[in-house]
Design a protein around this ligand. Structure first.
Ligand code: NAD
Ligand code: LMR
Length: 338
């Protein structure tokens, strides 16, 4: 049928041999959950990214409309839409990077773990598709609870025999983006000049900003440290409450997702010195997964950096974070083996 899903087919008078055949230099990127609150602005921002030559937009609803809309932007990437489970494999074949914001968001009063029952199954299905169709793709997993969905994704690919710990990256960039913003406010500087490492995981006390390692070097009073740590750890809840039932962070998340995806693509291209925080399989602590700074390269997270010196406040935060993280990781792993 006349496809409004595939732009090159919709151009019935096309003279061919143009970049719309996917020939532009760049990477092939799929967004799974592309019609959602995060997915839509993320699709728009990835369409602008010059490193992207092909953009696949997959969802179980509304992807044709989002695809038609985004495909009219006069930027280089070719956009193709995919609707529903029968088109998942077509969406994934040949992808270099798969970004996953599929799943339900929180409402006021919920924890991220309250999303587990619905989102675990969604992530499992999508990751089975990735293991089958593009096992070498870098995966950026956004769906909550990240502390459990990343272990789920790992177990799925282990079962399929395709697991590569360097290529499975839980997206914690929003915590870094928030930390940079809030720290810059306290310091009275431009947030673009601030770099705050945030380690651990992506929920409540597992979000551990390392304020002793802020760049440029600075110091904080105990009052400032407590305020900033609480604000960063509760940034997601701040947005959920402000949206009052209409979902969680979407716009700042799409910005953070693109910032992180762009870093992954620059790494894939072979740029050096790309370092970002992400939740990965790790030996930095005794836990099997942990968020910390990693070096991104042609094969994903090529080096995982140790946490560095922590002050007493951070050491105590680390113990709390590890306790909660251990349970969330175990919950994800056992979901696949139950
Ligand atoms: P949303 O409900 O607006 O959008 C989710 C989209 O996923 C919908 O379009 C829905 O149709 C789609 N979807 C559902 N099941 C699917 C499936 N099986 N396959 C493909 N797509 C499917 O939600 P949102 O606000 O975009 O949030 C999405 C997820 O991202 C939530 O789990 C949320 O908690 C999480 N999130 C994570 C972070 C982070 O920092 N990692 C930040 C914000 C939100
Ligand atoms: C966030 O940090 O904004 C996301 O994890 C969404 C949420 O539920 O808080």
């Amino acid at each position: 049928h006349p496809s409004n899903l595939q732009r090159e087919e919709s151009c019935v008078l096309g003279r061919g041999n143009c970049r719309a055949k996917g020939g532009a230099p760049g990477f092939k990127v799929a967004i799974l959950g592309a019609a959602g609150g995060i997915g839509q602005p993320l699709a728009m921002l990835m369409k602008i990214n010059p490193l992207v030559s092909v953009l696949h937009l997959y969802d179980v609803v509304n992807s044709p409309g989002v695809t038609a809309d985004v495909s009219h932007m006069d930027t280089g990437a070719v956009v193709r839409g995919f609707l529903g489970q029968p088109q998942l494999e077509s969406a994934l074949i040949g992808m270099d990077l798969v970004i996953i914001p599929a799943g339900v968001p929180r409402k006021p009063g919920m924890t991220r773990d309250d999303l587990f029952n619905i989102n675990a199954g969604i992530v499992k299905t999508l990751c089975e598709g990735i293991a089958k169709c593009c096992p070498k793709a870098i995966v950026n997993l956004i769906s909550n609870p990240v502390n459990s969905t990343v272990p789920i994704a790992a177990e799925v690919s282990k079962k399929a025999g395709t697991f590569d710990p360097k290529r499975l990256l839980g997206v914690t960039m929003l915590d870094v983006v928030r930390a940079n913003t809030f720290v810059a406010e306290v310091l009275g500087v431009d947030p673009r000049e601030v770099d705050v490492p945030v380690v651990g995981g992506h929920a409540g006390v597992t979000i551990l900003p390392l304020l002793s390692q802020v760049k440029p070097p600075c110091s904080f009073t105990l009052e400032e440290t407590t305020y900033l740590t609480n604000r960063i750890q509760n940034g997601g809840t701040e947005v959920v409450e402000a949206k009052a039932g209409a979902g969680s962070a979407t716009l700042s998340m799409a910005y953070a997702a693109v910032k992180f995806a762009d870093a992954c693509l620059r790494g894939l291209r072979g740029d050096s010195g790309i370092v970002e925080c992400t939740f990965v399989a790790s030996q930095v602590t005794e836990l099997p997964f942990f968020a910390s700074k990693v070096q991104l390269g042609r094969t994903g997270a090529e080096e995982i950096f140790p946490l560095g010196p922590l002050n007493e406040y951070e050491r105590s935060g680390l113990e709390k974070a590890k306790k909660e993280l251990a349970a969330s990781i175990e919950k994800g792993i056992s979901f696949i083996h139950k």
